[in-house]
Design a protein around this ligand. Structure first.
Ligand SMILES: [Zn+2]
Length: 148
């Protein structure tokens, strides 16, 4: 995985909040470097779809486009992907919660999550059930998802 260069400064607390199923609401956010930072900056590879989705959420929040592409299945990765958080009308990501993490077999997993964001002064919730697969290289990638 290539080291990415997020357009936003690296935060101290991880934007993903360490989201996990059954996480306590008052749980402290982990440090970025110990959580998603090691994946986005290329020092480690997510071992589970749960780690992957957290780091992809954080990559959206930071505008780490190369990381999003590298962790997207080639057959579903969109040709045009603009995640610059400084762009006009870009969503401001407010938080991630994980509803479900289901390991289907060694190389397939499902994660249901809610990501909250704000754009144009309005708050939205993205509720998605995402599919992940692990390639022959042992790396998890996002395939697609159903938005509810
Ligand atoms: Zn994180």
């Amino acid at each position: 995985m290539n080291a990415d260069t997020p357009r936003a400064a690296r935060p101290v607390d991880c934007p993903c909040g360490g989201a996990a199923p059954n996480q306590k609401p008052a749980a402290r956010a982990p440090r970025y470097a110990d959580c998603c930072g090691r994946f986005i900056d290329g020092a480690a590879v997510p071992a589970t779809a749960l780690e992957l989705i957290r780091s992809r959420y954080t990559a959206y929040a930071l505008g780490a486009e190369a990381y999003l592409r590298a962790t997207w299945a080639p057959q579903t990765c969109p040709a045009d992907l603009d995640v610059d958080p400084a762009a006009e009308g870009a969503p401001r990501w407010l938080g991630l919660s994980i509803k479900r993490h289901e390991q289907c077999d060694d190389d397939h997993a499902i994660v249901e999550f809610v990501a909250r964001y704000k754009t144009g002064g309005r708050a939205f919730r993205l509720h998605e059930t995402s599919r992940f697969e692990r390639g022959g290289d042992g790396r998890w990638r996002y395939v697609d998802g159903d938005v509810s």
